[in-house]
Design a binder for this molecule. Structure first.
Ligand SMILES: [Zn+2]
Length: 345
């Protein structure tokens, strides 16, 4: 279904005001950094801005709506022209099919596509920047309107890739725009930070997360429970709402409690070892542990029990572990460090 993606972004008024103003004034910055937690709409907004920049009919016949006012700001994409529908990322490839809306992301392309001999696993390599960005820098947009480069998890640009990008970020060709997405802007090079305009995306309110989960087919009661623990992120909410994963999560939480209480460190080592095998599941396991600790801490505090503080501190250690994981920390080491710290409380 065709649509204008900016109009689908929820509860990010400040960010949308910045974007709409840029479109309206014709002063769209050449390099944005959209920052905020994952799953709050950064990517949707980035593709929405890209749509507006390549749209064939923007500002055209948007006209007043039924109620006398424009139904959406006319500065946004029409949402229905061919360029608008091709700018949307495809579910299977996670890339757009518009030649002027180009996505960079670690591992998104095969080695062959970006001229490497090995697959890209650790970070966004210089090969992506060379093939996708620098090789096109001298050319006008294919369809004339704009070239937009969207970089997912921009903190994963390795040093040489980031350095290769710097000059283009500073002096991009005409009609060229970069939108860097990051939940960890502090991990970006200062030289990248100073060349980009930051737009902040906040965690979503729980009721918005609930709505969005329901819209994705999650049963309402489960959506509400998941949203409460999701920290304002639809991505986290989807993981938490997945019934297939809930049993594994419960097992992980139990094992973590047992490992923390055990007099020896064997269980810590065993759980850390198994974390290495379930790497993909680990963030939602640790999120569940953090929320279990928070719930227990709140119960203990209400009952006036002395262990409330220790439980709360352990909950914070779990959240720190999540950040380390998101920053590409090695699963086994992150779990081992987290449980060791929890035991010491
Ligand atoms: Zn359009």
């Amino acid at each position: 279904m065709a649509s204008d993606l900016l109009s689908q972004v929820r509860a990010q008024e400040t960010a949308l005001r910045t974007i709409d103003w840029a479109l309206e004034s014709g002063r769209v910055h050449h390099a944005y950094l959209f920052v905020g937690p994952d799953g709050v709409g950064k990517e949707l907004a980035a593709f929405g801005l890209a749509q507006a920049l390549v749209c064939e009919r923007r500002g055209g016949d948007a006209g007043p709506g039924l109620f006398g006012a424009a139904e959406k700001p006319p500065v946004r994409a029409c949402g229905t022209c061919s360029a608008c529908s091709r700018a949307v990322p495809r579910e299977d490839t996670r890339r757009s099919h518009h030649p002027d809306v180009v996505v960079l992301e670690r591992g998104l392309y095969t080695a062959q596509q970006i001229g490497r001999t090995t697959e890209e696993k650790q970070d966004i390599s210089i090969h992506q920047v060379r093939t996708l960005v620098l090789a096109r820098a001298a050319f006008a947009p294919h369809e004339g309107r704009a070239k937009v480069f969207i970089i997912r998890r921009a903190e994963e640009l390795n040093l040489s890739a980031a350095n290769a990008l710097l000059k283009t970020l500073e002096e991009p060709g005409a009609k060229t725009h970069f939108i860097l997405l990051s939940s960890q802007p502090e991990a970006l090079l200062p030289t990248i930070l100073s060349r980009t305009q930051r737009v902040r995306f906040a965690p979503l309110p729980d009721d918005v997360v609930t709505d969005l989960l329901i819209a994705q087919g999650v049963e309402p009661a489960r959506a509400k429970d998941a949203a409460r623990l999701a920290g304002g992120s639809v991505d986290a909410g989807m993981l938490l709402a997945d019934p297939d994963e809930s049993e594994t999560r419960e097992r992980f939480v139990e094992s973590a409690f047992a490992a923390t209480a055990s007099p020896t460190i064997e269980q810590v080592l065993a759980l850390a070892e198994s974390a290495k095998k379930d790497k993909d599941q680990l963030p939602s396991n640790i999120a569940a542990l953090a929320s279990a600790l928070a719930t227990r801490a709140a119960e203990a505090a209400r009952a006036g029990r002395p262990d409330a503080e220790a439980l709360a501190i352990r909950g914070r250690f779990a959240l720190t572990a999540l950040e380390h994981l998101a920053g590409n920390g090695a699963a086994q080491l992150v779990v081992e460090a987290m449980l060791t710290r929890m035991r010491a409380v």
